[in-house]
Design a protein around this ligand. Structure first.
Ligand code: ZN
Length: 147
């Protein structure tokens, strides 16, 4: 099922690294789906519109999958507030620099991190809605570059 012009429901729980540990969508907390939809509509779809195809690598993760991913128990992925993705048509670095210049129309976030390395990708996280607007913080390998 499509959940935005270019994203499908299965992407909310996808894991390219640990597909065996994915929680079926029917077992996902509806609040976490609502959170994830904010990330889709407020970031991933605008990024797709700007940069072309985007591969969702990891999104909502529950405890076992989150631990397998080497992530902390406080990870925003556990609440559906974070996604990892890689653009297909431009490099992750080029896209990252576009975010730094605030060149991607309609795209927002709280924290955006570029993971460098042999296959760079981007982690985007939103805050819970009650905590207010995203702070547009930008990190490279979790070194804060602004703010
Ligand atoms: Zn992540």
């Amino acid at each position: 099922m499509k959940i935005s012009p270019d994203f499908h429901d299965w992407e909310l729980t996808v894991s390219t690294e640990h597909p065996d540990l994915v929680t079926p969508l029917v077992d996902v907390d509806p609040l976490h789906i609502a959170n994830a939809m904010r990330v889709v509509l407020g970031h991933l779809q605008p990024t797709r519109d700007f940069a072309g195809q985007v591969t969702t690598l990891s999104f909502i993760r529950y405890a076992e999958l989150n631990a397998a991913a080497g992530s902390k128990p406080t990870s925003s992925h556990l609440l559906g507030l974070a996604a990892d993705y890689r653009p297909s048509e431009i490099s992750a670095l080029d896209l990252f620099e576009s975010f730094q210049r605030m060149d991607v129309p309609g795209a927002t976030w709280d924290k955006l991190n570029l993971y460098t390395g042999s296959r760079p990708y981007i982690h985007v996280a939103f805050r819970p809605v009650e905590e207010g607007q995203g702070r547009l913080r930008i990190y490279r390998d979790w070194e804060l570059l602004n703010g």
